[in-house]
Design a protein around this ligand. Structure first.
Ligand code: ATP
Length: 395
C-alpha cells in the first residue's frame, strides 16, 4: 500500500480573530527510540468541538497530554491562543482536563468539588458571592442544580461525569481537554452524555478537544475529527468529509463499514471517472474530486447503505448472497463476488427483491455518485469489507 498524504483542513476560526485556540505546530514525540507522535500539525479553532480519533496506541492521548502540558514535545511547539506554551507547566496553562475516571474529591460535596478551581486560584480569586453564582450556574448547565450537598459516592456514573465537567469548566478555560471521558459509562448513558456534552459545549462556546477510539462518538459530537494511526494524523475533516471522502484506506475502514475494491482508472472526463475492476467490469464514478489519472491504481469505496441487492443479471457486480441478518431498520446482506471479495449491503426491509435468499446469485449495484475513489491502491487480498471492529482488533 502506498503511504497516504495527510490532507490538513484549515481550521475555521470561529471567533473571527484569526487566532486558533490550540495550535499543534510540527510536533513529534519520542519515548526513547519509539515514535509515539510524528509530525502532528494542526490548528483547533475557538469554540470548536475537535476530536482525535484512532485505534489504541495511535498517539491521541500523548498528543492531548502535550496540549495539557503533562508531556513535552520532542520537537515542535504547542500554542494556546497564539502563545507558545511549550515550556509552561500544566497548572499555568489555561486548559483543564477531564479524565475517564472523573477524579472527583470523594470527601468533598458536589458544591465544593465544583468550587475547588475558583477557591484555589492564586490570582484574580473571585469573591465568595461570585464563586457561589458561578458554581450554581455550572450546576444548572450540567442539569444537577439540586445535588450540591451530595458526596460523589451518592451519584451515578453519569452524574459524577457531569460534576467532573462542571468542575473543569467553572474556570472557563480556553480549552477543555477530554480523554475518553465517557468510556466508563454504559451504552445508553454514553449516548445521552454525547448529546449533553455537545449541548454544554455549544452553550458555553468553549473549545473542546476530545480523545476517543469510538468512531460513532466522534461522528456524533465533532465539528472536525483528526483520524490518527501509528502516531500520524491521516486525515482531518468534518464528520461528513471523513465518512464520504476518506483520504486513505485506513480512514475508510476505521470510520464505519466500507466495501473496498481494487480498480484502475481507465478514463477521466470532467467529473466522470471510468474505472476497470480486476474482473474486467467497468464502473463510472461521478463527482469524485480527488485527482485521478488514467492508469492509476486506486480503491473504489462504497458504503453498505448505498449498495442495492437485486436479482442476478442486472448491471453491477455479480455475487452470491451468503447471509442475511435482520437489524431493525435495515437488513444486513452479506455477499461474495465472483472474484472472491466479501461485500456488505444494508437494505431497507422492503427494498429486497421478493424471493431473494442466502445461496442465490444476485447483483450488487449503486448509483454513480455513491462510489468514492480513495487515492490509494490495495491488493486483491485486501478487497472486500473493512469494518471498524476489524481495525481495532488488528491493533
Ligand atoms: P489508547 O486509546 O489505548 O489510550 P492512544 O492512542 O491514546 O491509545 P497513547 O497513549 O498516546 O495512545 O500511546 C501511544 C504510544 O506511545 C503507545 O504505543 C504507548 O505504549 C506509547 N507510550 C505512551 N506513553 C509512554 C511512556 N510514558 N513511555 C513509553 N511509551 C509510551
Amino acid at each position: 500500500m502506498t503511504t497516504p498524504t495527510p490532507t490538513p483542513t484549515p481550521a475555521p476560526l470561529a471567533n473571527g480573530t484569526g487566532v486558533a485556540a490550540v495550535t499543534v505546530d510540527a510536533v513529534t514525540k519520542h519515548f526513547g527510540d519509539y515514535v509515539a507522535v510524528e509530525s502532528a500539525d494542526f490548528e483547533i479553532a475557538q469554540g470548536e468541538f475537535f476530536s482525535m480519533l484512532g485505534p489504541s496506541g495511535c498517539g491521541k492521548t500523548t498528543t492531548l497530554r502535550m496540549i495539557a502540558g503533562f508531556e513535552q514535545p520532542t520537537t515542535g511547539r504547542i500554542l494556546l491562543g497564539g502563545q507558545d506554551v511549550s515550556k509552561v507547566p500544566p497548572h499555568q496553562r489555561d486548559v483543564n482536563t477531564v479524565f475517564q475516571n472523573y477524579a472527583l474529591f470523594p470527601h468533598m460535596s458536589v458544591y465544593d468539588n465544583v468550587a475547588f478551581g475558583l477557591r484555589s486560584r492564586r490570582t484574580k480569586k473571585p469573591s465568595n458571592n461570585e464563586i457561589d453564582t458561578r458554581v450554581r450556574e455550572m450546576l444548572e448547565i450540567v442539569r444537577l442544580p439540586d445535588f450540591a450537598d451530595r458526596k460523589p459516592q451518592q451519584l451515578s456514573g453519569g452524574q459524577q461525569q457531569r460534576i467532573a465537567l462542571a468542575r473543569a469548566l467553572v474556570n472557563r478555560p480556553t480549552a477543555l481537554l477530554l480523554d475518553e471521558p465517557l468510556g466508563a459509562l454504559d451504552l445508553k448513558l454514553r449516548q445521552n452524555m454525547q448529546l449533553e456534552l455537545k449541548r454544554i459545549q455549544q452553550e458555553l462556546g468553549i473549545t473542546f478537544v476530545f480523545v476517543t477510539h469510538d468512531q460513532e462518538e466522534a461522528l456524533t459530537m465533532s465539528d472536525r475529527i483528526a483520524v490518527m494511526t501509528q502516531g500520524r494524523v491521516d486525515q482531518i475533516g468534518t464528520p461528513t468529509e471523513i465518512y464520504h471522502r476518506p483520504s486513505s484506506v485506513f480512514v475508510a475502514g476505521f470510520i464505519g463499514t466500507a466495501n473496498l475494491l481494487p480498480v484502475s482508472v481507465n478514463r477521466v472526463d470532467a467529473d466522470l471517472v471510468t474505472v476497470d475492476s480486476r474482473t474486467g467490469s467497468q464502473f463510472v464514478i461521478r463527482g469524485n474530486s480527488s485527482a485521478c489519472r488514467p492508469g492509476q491504481d486506486v480503491t473504489l469505496m462504497i458504503r453498505p447503505e448505498r449498495l442495492s441487492v437485486s436479482a442476478a443479471g442486472n448491471n453491477g457486480i455479480q455475487a452470491t448472497l451468503t447471509g442475511m441478518v435482520f437489524q431493525g431498520p435495515v437488513l444486513r446482506c452479506e455477499a461474495v463476488t465472483t472474484a472472491g471479495a466479501s461485500l456488505v449491503a444494508h437494505v431497507g426491509p422492503h427494498e429486497l427483491a421478493e424471493g431473494v435468499r442466502p445461496g442465490h446469485d444476485v447483483t450488487l449495484s449503486w448509483d454513480s455518485d455513491a462510489g468514492f475513489l480513495v487515492p490509494e491502491s490495495i491488493t486483491a487480498d485486501q478487497a472486500g469489507v473493512t469494518l471498524a471492529e476489524d481495525t481495532e482488533a488488528a491493533t
